[in-house]
Design a binder for this molecule. Structure first.
Ligand SMILES: Nc1ncnc2c1ncn2[C@@H]1O[C@H](COP(=O)(O)OP(=O)(O)O)[C@@H](O)[C@H]1O
Ligand SMILES: [Mg+2]
Length: 246
């Protein structure tokens, strides 16, 4: 594990929380109390608009990853301002994390995979040094994702994923679970926003539910998401009769 806590130093906290992103409950809670990472793998689960991407982008920037996605250890142009939250969030490192942070830029590992932009991004960097050799433009979304996973998700570093399941089949999701678990066991850290009950079931992972109430640690079988899927798969009609004409 590399990062034990995300927080906003008091001097960087706004006086009132009237403006975005501090109007988002999980961001307000992060600002007031911080957010701890208790295990190498953390899933953020919550409704659309609950603030998962806002948090993940800010963690990426606080770690030195670009909010647009991509790998660690890259040199950035200073042309682009950080997100509002990324400007003020700080990460508290573990001893291992601090050691890694002191290493050279080439040794910094980690990756921010944003499902929304990942495919365009993959095409843009295919063949570039420090990425992968395969031509992902000839691949399906899911195949491309696996190329990225096997090339980039290997050494201790911070791996941030924002709804990676978007492009993945059931079987591909299972492969990703295995990879995420291995990364966690090998000293890396993973923070993943997801709507997938399959991914959230990764053994040993911590689950943080994000809602109007803010941030709440929970277990897989208490997730509303899991309950909905279970009921839906048991009997789709129990949901569909409310929303489609028969
Ligand atoms: N740049 C922005 N300016 C203002 N509001 C934003 C911005 N980006 C996102 N939001 C709002 O912040 C909330 C959280 O968004 P987001 O983090 O993308 O949610 P999630 O990833 O959980 O679906 C949403 O209500 C969204 O509309
Ligand atoms: Mg999102």
């Amino acid at each position: 594990m590399l990062v034990r806590r995300a927080y906003i130093p008091e001097s960087l906290r706004p006086r009132d929380f009237q403006e975005w992103p501090f109007t988002v409950p999980c961001v307000a809670e992060l600002a007031e109390h911080g957010m701890t990472f208790d295990r190498p793998v953390t899933f953020l689960v919550g409704e659309n608009g609950s603030g998962k991407s806002t948090l993940i982008e800010a963690f990426a920037e606080a770690y030195g990853l670009d909010a647009r996605g991509g790998r660690a250890g890259r040199k950035y142009g200073n042309d682009r301002p950080k997100t509002l939250l990324g400007e003020v969030v700080r990460l508290e490192s573990t001893a291992d994390g601090a050691r890694l942070r002191r290493a050279s830029r080439q040794r910094q590992k980690g990756y921010f995979l944003r499902a929304e932009t990942a495919f365009g991004f993959m095409e843009a960097v295919s063949g570039m040094r420090g990425y992968w050799d395969e031509d992902t433009s000839q691949m399906s979304h899911g195949e491309g994702f696996h190329t990225v996973f096997s090339a980039m998700f290997r050494e201790p570093g911070l791996y941030l994923l924002d709804e990676p399941e978007a492009a993945l089949s059931f079987t591909s999701c299972l492969r990703l679970v295995a990879l995420i678990q291995q990364l966690g066991q090998s000293g890396a850290q993973v923070v993943c926003a997801t709507h997938s009950p399959l991914l959230a079931a990764t053994p040993g992972a911590d689950i943080v539910e994000i809602s109007e109430e803010g941030l709440r640690r929970t277990s897989w079988d208490k997730l509303e998401l899991v309950d909905h899927w279970r009921r839906y798969l048991n009997n789709p009609n129990s949901y569909l009769r409310h929303i489609v004409d028969s």
